[in-house]
Design a protein around this ligand. Structure first.
Ligand SMILES: [Zn+2]
Length: 288
């Protein structure tokens, strides 16, 4: 732990240095437009072609072909979901860090879930978010973050003096992927990555910078909806933290299932085409 007070004196111009105005690292006006109106228009007359109920403290995988939609809905009670996305062949995975750098700490409609290097392309575009009314609260908390990781048994082991808990989202996602693709558990685990924390209400404490969570404002019927830009394999864990207002990594919180539905539009959205892999030539300076 870092000391509570600084160990080094501030320079005389400390206030002036702190007063320097920030610049946004990645101005998003240069990103390709997701074409949200066309995506939303494509929902008219769509067909619901699949559903998966994710049991509490478990995870399930689901396939979404490119050009289809999927929707995650709260049912029965407030519940947080941890979402992983891969390309259908598992060669690409969701990159929460770069998505955060591009779109900010919390996602909503119009934001996209970007894939890892070297493809760095939109995997999914969020087309609807019934919790967009929440914004940021007085604590700096918001909904659907890409600042957390996923609850996991290794961190739990460190923080609980050797505890063994097997239904953290990391383990749930590992088991679900192993079962869905017939992979050995250890191989499946290597594909599990940092998540989009669906419905979770989180932020950073203003005084210490620590990651915090608070009870999710989600109510049954709330949903977040995505358009699949490429062929996707998804995995969703119904977090053992329930609404994440108390604790996770245990069986103490009230937990509820989550619903995943897949929709096929009658026609492809106007003007839409699957995004190509990133255009960087990958020579990394060796061709100069
Ligand atoms: Zn979790």
């Amino acid at each position: 732990m870092k000391p509570a007070t600084p160990e080094h004196p501030a320079p005389q111009d400390a206030d002036a240095r702190r007063a320097v105005a920030p610049v946004i690292c990645y101005p998003v006006q240069h990103l390709p437009d997701p074409g949200l109106p066309a995506l939303r228009a494509a929902r008219a007359g769509w067909a619901r072609i699949g559903e998966h109920v994710v049991p509490a403290r478990e995870a399930r995988c689901f396939e979404v072909p490119a050009g289809h939609f999927f929707r995650i809905t709260s049912i029965e009670g407030p519940q947080v979901g941890d979402l992983n996305l891969w390309s259908a062949d598992l060669s690409e995975r969701f990159y929460s860090g770069k998505t955060r750098a591009l779109h900010g700490t919390h996602l909503s409609a119009g934001d996209r879930m970007w894939s890892s290097f070297p493809t760095l392309r939109p995997m999914a575009t969020i087309t609807e978010d019934t919790l967009d009314w929440y914004g940021f609260d007085a604590f700096g908390g918001g909904v659907h973050d890409v600042i957390g990781t996923r609850c996991d048994p290794y961190t739990h082991n460190l923080l609980s003096d050797g505890g063994q808990y097997h239904h953290c989202c990391h383990s749930n996602l590992t088991r679900a992927l192993s079962q869905a693709r017939g992979l050995p558990l250890a191989e499946a685990e290597r594909h599990v990555h940092d998540v989009l924390n669906v419905f979770m209400c989180t932020g950073f404490a203003r005084d210490t910078g620590q990651y915090f969570m608070k009870a999710s404002p989600v109510r049954p019927g709330d949903f977040i909806e995505f358009f699949a830009e490429i062929d996707l394999l998804g995995a969703l864990s119904a977090c053992p933290g329930g609404d994440c207002g108390g604790e996770h990594s245990s069986d103490k919180a009230a937990c509820h299932p989550l619903l995943v539905e897949i929709f096929r539009p009658a026609a492809a959205p106007e003007g839409w085409a699957p995004p190509p892999p990133n255009g960087y030539d990958r020579s990394h300076g060796t061709a100069e």
